[in-house]
Design a protein around this ligand. Structure first.
Ligand SMILES: [Zn+2]
Length: 233
């Protein structure tokens, strides 16, 4: 029975997909060119145009102690990548980032290979922001990294308990004040002694990630690194 339903379903699925593609041809998210049949979400030209930075990020402009050991921003924040992140955050286009991560998998994993991680943790959204957006835009990346690094996802171990205003108009000191006491650790025992990799979409001053790293450090984490998709200059 299973085999026959498989045979019947697939041609129908293929036919329907063909019709949908004919009416709404799949376009590259970045350049809007029509995709070839072997391309998904992004055309080959755009996919290969993203520039890996290949070095750790040294320029935190956060006053006070830095609780993050090493930070990486993976890709240059050019117009195309900015476009990709904008879609990830504001138009529910979650798959293209996974296509990018898969394409650059080997180089990304090489960058992270000096350390091992027990837990990969997304910078959490406040529940209100989560409801507004419907998802945390970096959860897919955290799942992807945990799979590649053979670690666990620890998103349930932290929460954002303070609803913070947008950071875009704030300077570094104001950003730190804005996110102070924003995060709490829910299960300290699960954090103590662990190597953690925090995940965010963009790294600007590092104030948000550092505020989370501070509470994780207080909970006994022995190493805290940060990885982001990109870093605006
Ligand atoms: Zn394109």
């Amino acid at each position: 029975m299973q085999i026959s339903s498989h045979i019947i379903t697939n041609p129908i699925k293929l036919f329907l997909t063909g019709i949908v593609d004919l009416i709404y041809p799949p376009l590259c998210l970045v350049c809007k060119r029509r995709l070839d049949e072997h391309e998904t979400q992004l055309c080959k030209l755009c996919l290969e145009s993203f520039k890996l930075l290949r070095k750790s990020h040294e320029q935190f402009s956060v006053p006070g102690k830095i609780y993050i050991n090493t930070a990486w921003a993976l890709f240059e924040f050019d117009q195309a990548f900015q476009n990709l992140i904008h879609h990830l955050k504001y138009s529910r286009r979650r798959k293209p980032v996974l296509v990018v991560l898969d394409h650059y998998r080997q180089q990304i994993i090489e960058q992270l290979s000096e350390n091992t991680y027990d837990l990969v943790i997304s910078i959490p959204l406040h529940p209100r922001k989560y409801r507004e957006r419907g998802y945390n835009q970096v959860d897919d990346m955290s799942d992807w990294l945990a799979g590649q690094l053979k670690s666990e996802v620890g998103n349930h171990l932290v929460k954002r308990s303070k609803y913070t205003q947008s950071q875009t108009q704030l300077n570094a000191t104001e950003r730190c004040e804005n996110v102070a006491n924003a995060f709490t650790v829910t299960l300290t025992d699960e954090i103590s002694g662990k190597h953690l990799l925090l995940v965010d979409d963009v790294l600007t001053t590092g104030a948000t990630a550092n505020a989370l790293a501070q509470v994780l450090s207080n909970a006994g984490a022995s190493r805290i690194d940060l990885i982001t998709l990109s870093a605006p200059q």
